[in-house]
Design a protein around this ligand. Sequence first.
Ligand code: ZN
Length: 418
Amino acid sequence: MTERSSSKRYHCRFCQSPLRFTFVDLGMSPLCESYVSAEQLNQMEPFYPLHVYVCEQCLLVQLLEYVSPEHIFGGEYAYFSSYSDSWLQHAKAYTEMAIARFGLNHTSQVVEIASNDGYLLQYFVERQIPVLGVEPAINVAAVAVKKGVPTVVKFLGKDTARDLAGEGKQADLLLGNNVLAHVPEINDFVGGLKILLKPRGVITMEFPHLLRLVQGNQFDTIYHEHFSYLSFLAVEKIFSAHGLILFDVEEIPTHGGSLRIYARHHEDDSRPVEHRVAALHAQEARAGMDRLAFYSSFAETVKETKRKLLDFLIRVKQQGKTIVGYGAPGKGNTLLNYCGVRTDFLDYVVDRSTYKQGKFLPGTHIPIFPPEEIQATKPDYVLILPWNLKQEIMSQLAYIREWGGRFVVPIPEVEVAE
Ligand SMILES: [Zn+2]
């Protein structure tokens, strides 16, 4: 573990302690959703540090705010949640669970933070339950409004929460999926949740679980949009500092292993703390997440993974074989930039998103083609970049076996699928 010599400038976004310990340093990387057009190929491209620290006081793992969220999420944003069928199913199942468990009806108010294109709130609308979306990306919010999901174009913080509460929009159910990790001002955000929640209301938040990231070596899920990498332990401290108690938690399979937490006001004694809270504490403690030493070994594992991937790619190229990539997700871009994998190894990648086709991956400038290119060029190996979807992709592309093609998965470490 390296100790920073000039620690004065960097402080923990939660407890303000100086950040001195590195969790992992992935070097310089472009914003992972900044796909490059043909005209931009000869222009300068901004790269920002992907250096992740762990706070020795509160053990929050965090990326400094190298890039502002307004720059990443505000204005136009390319990610529309409704493009993913499995994510829609997840949202629908959540809606049914929440309505049943919390007895929501036409007199309730549901508020979702980072509601995207209304992918989730639409299912509450179908059941005549009043909703409000809070979404900073104007183009994405416009799609939600068109679907009949009322949406305000805002980032959530204490100011926005006070305004909404003043308009009578305090929530019985306040939810946010994959937003807690994305906010640099985490105290202002959680403080805003406290203000926006009715006295007996419930908050649910989903975020990738840091324990799964470490155990599964998922370092490619680190990118500039993800400001914090969250353990239950750290989230509990942050919520508690804002007068909110976590009374339940579930482990769910999304994004390589996530947590769904349930929170209420400290003063609300109507919901007892469930036994799953203690069980998750115990699980994190057994793994050692309550001690700084847990966080120190990750960086070396990541370096070793890079060496093994490069070793594999070099051997394959020396045999005169061809490799292409499947998928152009954010996580692929972290992996390829960190490992320095360009068209010297991967001829191209394919992606089903027509938005990405014809463009180039940020930083590595690998061209993105439609999936049919694989059938046309018959590569020897297909490297699956969204490894969390490998089963789905391997069955979609089963035809590559006709010419002896093989699948390769890079995470947790490089492996040729049998
Ligand atoms: Zn801290």
